[in-house]
Write a protein that binds this ligand. Structure first.
Ligand code: GLN
Length: 551
């Protein structure tokens, strides 16, 4: 039977519960335990798929096609095992299930209420992964902050589970903030005391308190927190700000978070932590031998969480190459033919980001053109790949009005078109082409050199696709559709023959990059950018004259 750890948050949001949960999971995994993490979010959207990235950051997609919270990305990047539909549950999904059951008459005339019906459904889902027999430990992160109205049913479900389970099968880790008052030169414990009291009023008492802090906690301070929050002093864990999120597991190891958890759950005979690969990654990450600048061309660049998995994939790929990857955010809305060269000329590679809708797409197309014409390494993801197709159609094939029907439904050259299966779709939530699909790779292509495989599986989240009616015209001019879905022939990868590194993918490779398995396209792209950086100098004049001629 699995044991359960619940991670709650107090004082403020954005304390990094996901990273603490993932770090604890990593440590337990490194001691030979089978661990998974799930996230329960208190908002009413059924899943975050319909949320604007400005609201909630990137939408992470699992192999089985769930649109989930970006914390699941951290779980996968840390644990190197896939998550699934069951790993992310929202209030919306809970209510949807209960209301559907009510409509089917399953409650046999009873009044359907938050307690017990909603809390029962929360508990059922909290136990689901543990009952699969696959895991020794299930860590559940509760989204939101203790005291929020909307998180009450979740805390109540944890209270009931703690009451129902043997003491040693269930525990609560509470993450709080210890603010530093500069004027008083003091760390303050009161907000933590209040947040633990609030949690206790709701019937849940934490077993461990993890304290986010900008300054080290003295033993005296730890004892004070322990006394007033009614936990043992060794259950007060300091979580100092770290240089990178990937150092947090090692910091938690130093603090003994895993040991206190194992003690409480009465798990004996565990192995010493095996973190050699993790540490080797960190050593490389912290000792770069070179540096490159990659332009991230997107329309949400002011919000870093919108491209979380892409940024992390660059951290992984940079470490492999012992190369510091500096990301230069370029807002696509402000790129045009007259300024593109000025904005992009100092970069060593260009990544055109995924996205939806027409805002900023002309800037993306200009950026692709610049990369194509100047031999600048190019990597387009999803919408970024679609923009590369449009750019090629317009500027190489000469179809000036070519577009995607997403942005221009009446274009004369719909080189990117709505997929057949999408034409009948009316509802927005969960209806894109989602999750893992196989892709067959052509021998001799750049993609084949990168993956070194004939068949891959990657995750998707889109409605539009390369329009195969135009394939013949594209094929005649150095454009290579190097990856296709083996079943329906959808083009998944495109590349250009006469370019040092130009690749666009319809899927999202960033979602599968982990510390222990950096994604091969990111790794190769960083290598190509490094090569470009080393050789750019005078031999590679940026072709600005075309721009000015047009401008
Ligand atoms: N908007 C495009 C589509 O739906 C691309 C989606 C994406 O970049 N994730 O096909």
């Amino acid at each position: 039977m699995a044991k359960y750890i619940f991670v709650t948050g107090g004082v403020t949001s954005s304390l990094g519960k996901g990273i603490i949960a993932a770090s604890l999971a990593k440590l337990l995994q490194s001691r030979g335990l089978k661990v998974t993490i799930q996230k329960f979010d208190p908002y009413i959207n059924v899943d975050p798929g319909t949320l604007n990235p400005y609201e909630h950051g990137e939408c992470y997609v699992t192999d089985d096609g769930a649109e989930t919270d970006l914390d699941l990305g951290h779980y996968e990047r840390f644990l190197n095992i896939p998550t699934s539909q069951a790993n992310n549950v929202t209030t919306g999904r809970i209510y949807q299930t209960v209301i559907n059951k009510e409509r089917e008459g399953e409650y046999l005339g009873k009044t359907v209420q938050v307690v017990p019906h909603i809390t029962d459904e929360i508990k059922r889902r909290m136990l689901l992964l543990g009952e699969s027999g696959q895991y020794d430990i299930v860590i559940t992160e509760l989204g939101g902050t203790v005291g929020d109205i909307e998180s009450l049913p979740f805390v109540e479900a944890v209270r009931q589970l703690q009451w129902e389970m043997p003491e040693e099968d269930c525990m609560v880790v509470h993450l709080t903030l210890i603010p530093y008052l500069r004027a008083a030169k003091e760390l303050k414990t009161k907000p933590t005391q209040h947040s633990v009291r609030l949690l206790s009023q709701e019937g849940v008492h934490p077993n461990v308190i993890v304290c986010r802090t900008e300054h080290p906690l003295t033993d005296e301070l730890k004892r004070k927190i322990a006394l007033f929050c009614n936990v043992k002093p060794d259950a007060v864990i300091e979580a100092m700000d770290a240089g990178t999120i990937y150092e947090v597991p090692l910091k938690m190891l130093e603090e003994g978070l895993d040991v206190i958890v194992l003690k409480k759950l009465q798990i004996n005979g565990y192995a010493a932590p095996e973190l050699s690969r993790w540490k080797a990654f960190l050593d490389k990450l912290n000792a770069p031998k070179s540096k490159i600048s990659i332009g991230l061309i997107g329309k949400y660049v002011e919000l870093q969480d919108a491209y979380k998995s892409i940024l992390e994939a660059f951290v992984h790929a940079g470490a492999v190459n012992q190369c510091k990857v500096q990301i230069v955010n370029v807002h696509s809305e402000f790129i045009d033919a007259s300024n593109v060269a000025g904005k992009l000329k100092d970069l060593d590679g260009l990544l055109v980001a995924p996205g939806f809708g027409s805002r900023g797409v002309e800037g993306k197309i200009e950026a692709v053109r610049f990369a194509r014409e100047n031999g600048l390494p190019f990597f387009g993801i999803c919408l970024g790949m679609q923009m590369a197709v449009i750019e090629y159609a317009r500027n190489v094939l000469g179809w000036q009005t070519a577009h995607s029907t997403e942005m221009d439904p009446s274009t004369a050259y719909p080189v990117i078109a709505l997929m057949e299966e999408q034409k009948k779709v009316k509802k927005k939530g969960g209806t894109m082409r989602l999750g893992a699909y196989p892709c067959h790779i052509e021998h001799g292509s750049l993609a084949h050199k990168i993956y070194y495989k004939d068949q891959i599986s990657e995750r998707h989240r889109h409605r539009w696709e390369f329009n195969n009616n135009y394939l013949e015209s594209f094929l005649q001019s150095g454009f290579v559709p190097s990856g296709k879905n083996p079943v329906n022939g959808l083009v998944e990868i495109i590349e250009l023959k006469n370019h040092p590194f130009f690749i666009g993918v319809q899927y999202h490779p960033e979602l599968k990059s982990t510390v222990e398995n950096p994604h091969p396209i990111f790794v190769s792209f960083v290598q190509a950018a490094k090569y470009y950086a080393d050789h750019k100098a005078a031999s590679r004049p940026v072709r600005m004259e075309k721009e000015s001629a047009r401008g």
